[in-house]
Design a protein around this ligand. Sequence first.
Ligand code: SP5
Ligand code: ZN
Length: 352
Amino acid sequence: MPRLTSKDIPVFFHSRQLDHRPPYEWAGGERIRHPETPSRIEAIFRCLTNEDTLFTVRAPERLPLSWIARTHAPELLELYQTAARDLKADESLYPFVFHRRRGARADPSQLNQTGAFCLDSGTPLSASTWDAAVWSAACAFEAARLVGRGDSRLAYGLCRPPGHHASREQFGGYCYLNNAALAAKSLRPKGKVAIVDIDFHHGNGTQEIFYRDSKVLFVSLHADPKEFYPYFSGYAAESGAGPGQGFNLNLPLPRGCDGREYLHVIETKALPALRAFSPAFLVVSAGFDTYKADPIGAFRLETADYEELGERLGHLGVPTVVVQEGGYYVQHLGLNVTAFLRGLYKGGRNVS
Ligand code: SP5
Ligand code: ZN
């Protein structure tokens, strides 16, 4: 294992994350190839390892179930393990019955009841999903462990499947385990944690997990949920509840939003809230489906905008864990990730 120097950005990735392969989803009545492909992280991996001196990629250790159970309901975790046991190797389960009887409990040993644990029909289960999701979570967790110990002021979990749509009890939006929430939970005993979610879509799962928590601030910039997934959350009026009131900040942006407009909202809304909160740690849910060429997103950010965005977040001078979320224009995904991490690294260098 290479020694960690102050030059390195540690990156965590495990090849088992590639085994989850959702074949298709439905979009406007059409059956399309699923956008959340293994090639996404292969492309990022290639870009990071080509970058001479900045990154050191290693594999995480397997994450114990007990750690995942701090964030997710035992029934959800049992369902994933039922799928791992009962599905055939090439089989994908797409739930299509979503029963919501108040107070009723679903049985996670019955795959026919999967719909009770699921937000949408674009997020299938296969026999490999559980393992891939656990390794993805392990990447976020190890990155957080390094930053939490003070061994690095920046670390990146090359997570996939992504996580921010997964709530305590439900999967959806291509997400099964909430990687960013796991990272934040692990840091929380050491001090206040701010999560900044820059994926194109609202991080409904992360919001829900910390909605009543005053020690974790959730700030999310995303497309207006009136028009875009996840539709049911991400509105500006959602500001936290109970003790967590005031610690949830949603910043919905209009279709077509470009880098200038995006960075303006970062500067005038997100950064002031982050500075006022004064966190000990920052977790970034880093999606790149805000890119101008993204097949799902509808914003117009360019590669240089991600570097600028990284620099401005880096200027906060807070030890930072970056967790990979969405981003589906595979050709430029690695470039955008690298630009963002380089920006964070540069921005954080001149602050002590
Ligand atoms: C992690 C993440 O980015 N999840 C995104 C989940 C979005 N699911 C709904 C996608 C609807 C796609 N419609 C495509 C229309 C293309 N013109
Ligand atoms: Zn997204």
